[in-house]
Design a protein around this ligand. Structure first.
Ligand code: FES
Length: 99
């Protein structure tokens, strides 16, 4: 069962119904299903240079090579693409670091 979310968590991440496993730079993490990847990085507590990112598909600073389960890597915008089970992010965008 998922823990009760605070109002701030609901505002940032929406109501979390299900967690899925994604792989970031070779490490597995659990994140809310269908949450934008950049927001997932925030959910995970990664260090984010917030000023580097527009969060709305304009700057492309969040681009990363992402592979959906059973597919090959494609360049995607982490502020637009959402988490799905088994996704892999080859390398985090510049300005995001695993703590
Ligand atoms: S954060 Fe600017 S395009 Fe994704």
């Amino acid at each position: 069962m998922l823990k009760k979310q605070t109002e701030d968590e609901i505002r940032l991440y929406g109501e979390i119904d299900k967690l899925v496993t994604i792989v970031v730079e070779g490490q597995a993490f659990q994140v809310p299903e269908h949450l934008e990847l950049l927001r997932c990085f925030q959910f995970l507590g990664f260090k984010i240079a917030f000023e580097n990112f527009c969060w709305n598909a304009n700057c492309e600073n969040c681009a990363a090579n992402v592979r959906k389960q059973g597919q090959s890597f494609e360049r995607m915008l982490c502020c637009q693409d959402v988490a799905r089970e088994g996704m892999e992010i080859e390398k985090l965008p510049s300005g995001v670091q695993i703590k």
